[in-house]
Ligand binder design. Sequence first.
Ligand SMILES: [Fe+2]
Ligand SMILES: [Fe+2]
Length: 284
Amino acid sequence: MSASTDTPSPLQPPDIVRRNLQFSFDDVERHWFAGDCHRTRLFDALSLFFPEGERFFIESVKHYRPRLPARGLLSAQVDDFIAQEAYHSREHRRYKAWLESQGIDTQRLDAATAQRLDQLRDTTRPSQRLAITICLEHFTAILADQVLRNDRLLAGAHPQMRRLWRWHALEETEHKAVAFDVYEAALGRHWRSWLLRCVSMLSVTMYFCGFAWLHLIHFVRRDGQSSKLRGWLGLLRYMFVTPGPFLRVLPAWLAWFKPGFHPWQHDNQALIEQARREDGLATV
Ligand SMILES: [Fe+2]
Ligand SMILES: [Fe+2]
């Protein structure tokens, strides 16, 4: 690994701020998103990935930490990335405990995610695990962009839940290129590293979407609303039409496959500034 790979970002990256926030779910109603079961459970289902998932991201990036120039910018960014992800993982673990208290068997779903990640730990090389990590980081970053960009995405949500998701979205945006920069520093920027991240993105997308739907169906069934067609149609409309975040991320998802792609080629630093200002998240 060469020192020249220390700052490959095409623009000055933003500060990665460590915010040790803690959230209480005591006053949050079960269907916290405008009383809409299906919409609430979509976010709940996504949340369940984070405790195990972010632990996996931290391990994957940490593996390469000793190989980075000790006093370089990227080393410092890796430390901030790890701190942010550790706080996210901790808060989503509390979120999970709250879901458990609602009678949802999160342990079984969580165990399935953990089992899949353990399989990856046993059967893949560190470079492949880092490739999986950067794909999932891109996934979270493009959804985070939607959360920060489009106010309608969380309109009607309980204020505490809105704050939690916007906090997470802000920090995912701040550190969106860190794992990617470690990947390019470790593997280089050539056709083999490009191919690995492209193939990884296809399989990661398939698994992530599959698992997310399984979680969602489980949650909605537990609420006794799995046969409510109107609820499912409303959710599909929310996801793909208005505000439609899962359709709107498509160009950013496709951009991943361009040779020479870098997360900061999509410059959304203005959204970071806006969220820091409007959500009172400049520093903590
Ligand atoms: Fe995170
Ligand atoms: Fe992240």
